[in-house]
Design a protein around this ligand. Structure first.
Ligand SMILES: Cc1cc2nc3c(=O)[nH]c(=O)nc-3n(C[C@H](O)[C@H](O)[C@H](O)COP(=O)(O)OP(=O)(O)OC[C@H]3O[C@@H](n4cnc5c(N)ncnc54)[C@H](O)[C@@H]3O)c2cc1C
Length: 286
């Protein structure tokens, strides 16, 4: 591993100044991706900026509008937080699924998103939850919907000098449910062959909102807007879930690699979409 300088700023401004001075610097949250990348030479930054001493990046708070999840909050804190457990059970499931216990003690959802892996488990669920990325940069603060954050494998939409401060997840209304599930050959140590995050709100027996996103079947996590269009306004039914599964399969752009052939991934998109929607849509009519 090439040597680098290390800085642990206590404020957003200090971090911004460090990134402005050395644009090739890398941010360190839990380090579960970054340390591997430093060791194997994928990144050779002159400076590593540890953001875990900045209060905005370790904040975890809920108000009437929703949840603010600091970009460096580790999964274990998310899974144990009383507000998250009460209002966002799908986030608890997600935080308990990334890696194993040791990884969850370090790994953040912010790091999972910024790493921009097509297989990142958190991103489809964040999209389903309508999460927004809150970004700090030399030009000031800005917000970006999570579905626009990953732009290519390993590349995100952050401009030079910018970093992710937090994720904002709107407060779920009545009748809202969300769920993420993935297919992996082995527990805890593997990368999803395919993953699906889904959410739906059912009011008075009708679907009033729905979002679905896929992992591991395209160069970036994929928001399938067509599923929203086909579900909203409908009564939950096996037929409408089948239609959504077909749309998810059609949207997928999988590759064949050592983990699975493209056709198997496309097949999984259909299976997992049906299961995820069945989990978020109560009282499905056959
Ligand atoms: C054994 C093992 C098992 C794993 N299992 C899973 C799994 O089941 N599912 C899964 O999706 N992933 C898994 N991972 C990958 C990894 O743990 C996750 O992606 C994790 O969430 C990354 O978070 P982190 O805080 O460790 O990020 P870091 O490693 O600190 O950072 C990741 C990347 O994002 C950048 N970054 C971090 N924070 C910011 C920020 N605030 N602003 C801008 N850039 C930032 C870093 O510079 C780096 O490039 C696993 C890894 C290991 C080693």
């Amino acid at each position: 591993m090439k040597s680098f300088d290390y800085l642990a700023p206590g404020t957003l401004d200090e971090a911004l100044r460090a990134l402005a001075a050395r644009p090739a610097a890398k941010i360190l949250a839990g380090g579960t991706d970054l340390l591997v990348q430093l060791k194997n030479g994928r990144h050779e930054p002159p400076l590593v900026v540890d953001v875990k001493r900045i209060p905005d990046l370790t904040a975890l708070r809920m108000d009437d509008a929703g949840l603010t999840l600091g970009a460096a909050v580790p999964c274990i804190r998310i899974a144990r937080d009383a507000d998250v457990r009460k209002h966002y059970p799908s986030l608890v499931e997600l935080a308990s699924l990334i890696g194993g216990t040791a990884i969850q003690g370090r790994a953040s959802i912010g790091g999972n998103l910024c790493n921009a892996s097509p297989s990142a488990d958190s991103v489809p669920l964040l999209i389903a939850l309508s999460a927004v990325a809150r970004i700090a940069g030399p030009g000031g603060a800005r917000e970006l919907p999570v579905e626009a954050f990953c732009i290519a494998p390993g590349r995100n939409a952050l401009a030079p000098g910018e970093f992710l401060v937090s994720l904002f997840v709107p407060r779920p209304g009545a009748g809202f449910r969300a769920h993420y599930l993935r297919f992996i050959p082995r527990n805890e140590m593997d990368i999803a062959v395919a993953g699906v995050g889904a959410s739906a709100t059912v009011t008075g027996g009708r679907i009033t909102a729905a979002r679905l996103a896929l992992a591991s079947v395209a160069p970036t996590p994929l928001f399938v807007r067509e599923v929203t269009e086909v579900l909203v306004g409908q009564t939950p039914s096996a037929a409408i879930i089948q239609r959504a599964a077909e749309l998810a399969q059609a949207a997928a752009r999988p590759i064949t690699d050592m983990r699975a052939p493209a056709e198997y991934r496309r097949h999984l998109c259909g299976v997992l979409t049906k299961r995820a929607l069945t989990a978020v849509l109560p009282e499905i009519q056959q």
